[in-house]
Ligand binder design. Structure first.
Ligand code: PAP
Length: 323
């Protein structure tokens, strides 16, 4: 295994970074994180923004890299497990599969979160990197490369509920200081880490229409309804199509089963393991597996509140072809 990583960047010096953020719009309603800053149209917690800028300055992808992109709480953990299973299916078997002993986030690093801190964080034999960075802020080296991108999006109402519940457990990401009502307000204004959601989604949606060979757009709800179809779609897109023999053996169906919420959330590592991030020291792996359902928002939001968010999304997506 090669451990040299090209993710590592030279982080901005404190003074350069302070100069940059001193000129950015800021929002002070995020009590536990300090102000959020709006950079290139999206809001960030300062320590994340620093890493985003660092990645923009110095990240160089490998030619074979695939980027798994998402807004937080849209299905990143699931997409990581599925993409890893697709690309590694001929190298691992049922007893050696790293997913049995590792949180998917430990297998596929985040470009702007843990990977930029430590060059040993990346195993170059796994050509997958995840990021929450919006399309228009991705490092130019990625945009200019031939690297493929898979984007997962999810019903924003479920994203909000997932995010808010995660915030109740993990202090430091900001949402813990908001009631659900206030969190909804923040979502409607688009002011939360990596928000606004509509611009995040639209950036990748438009890129997927313009460069279909480079950007594949996947919906969480579609994966729930017909996992095998979308796993085959991803495999084709990644240049790892299932052979006739694999089709007969039901390999795609097997991947869907092994990466299902039910399977992953019952693994010991995902029940009792811890995910190490210096900035957020209290994350447990089980926090990434809450309910894994489409439509859980109905247990939290009245129809009236849901409609408010729906209307905003409809307005923002209008004319884009995205529903
Ligand atoms: P991240 O952005 O912090 O990485 P992300 O994985 O995108 O989080 O989102 C977590 C959500 O995906 C959780 O949703 P919930 O709060 O509504 O339950 C989590 O349960 C869900 N999730 C994780 N793994 C799976 C899976 N294998 N299948 C379906 N949903 C999943």
């Amino acid at each position: 295994m090669t451990n040299a990583s090209k993710i590592d960047g030279s982080p901005k010096t404190d003074s350069k970074f302070e100069d940059i953020i001193s000129n950015l719009p800021q929002d002070n309603s995020w009590k536990s994180t300090g102000p959020l800053y709006k950079y290139q149209g999206f809001w960030y917690i300062p320590w994340v923004l620093r890493k985003v800028i660092s990645a923009q300055e110095s990240f160089t992808p490998q030619p074979t890299d695939v980027f798994l992109c998402s807004s937080p709480k849209s299905g990143t953990t699931w997409l990581k497990a599925l993409a890893f299973s697709i690309v590694s299916r001929n190298q691992v078997n049922d007893s050696t599969n790293p997913l049995l002993e590792n949180l998917p986030h430990e297998i596929v690093p985040f470009l702007e979160i843990e990977s930029t801190q430590n060059s040993s964080n990346r195993n170059l034999e796994i050509p997958l990197v995840a990021t929450h960075i919006p399309y228009t802020s991705l490092p130019k080296s990625i945009i200019d490369s031939g690297c493929k991108i898979i984007y997962i999006c999810r019903d924003p109402k479920d994203v909000l509920i997932s995010h808010w519940n995660f915030g109740l457990k993990v202090s430091g990401i900001g949402l813990e200081s908001f009631s659900l009502e206030e969190a909804l307000e923040q979502y409607c204004k688009g002011i939360y880490p990596y928000g606004p959601y509509w611009d995040h989604v639209l950036g990748f949606w438009k890129a997927s229409l313009e460069f279909p060979e480079k950007v594949l757009f996947v919906k969480y709800e579609d994966l729930k309804t017909d996992g095998p179809f979308h796993v085959k779609r991803m495999a084709n897109f990644l240049g790892h199509p299932f052979s006739v023999e694999e089709e007969q053996q039901g390999v795609a169906e097997n991947i869907v089963k092994k990466c299902s919420f039910e399977t992953l959330s019952r693994l010991e590592v995902n029940k009792n393991g811890k995910f190490y991030l210096p900035e957020l020291p209290n994350i447990e792996n089980k926090y990434f597996f809450r309910k894994g359902k489409a439509g859980d928002w109905k247990n939290y939001l009245t129809n009236e509140k849901a409609e408010k968010l729906d209307q905003i999304m409809e307005e923002k997506f209008s004319g884009s072809g995205l529903v």
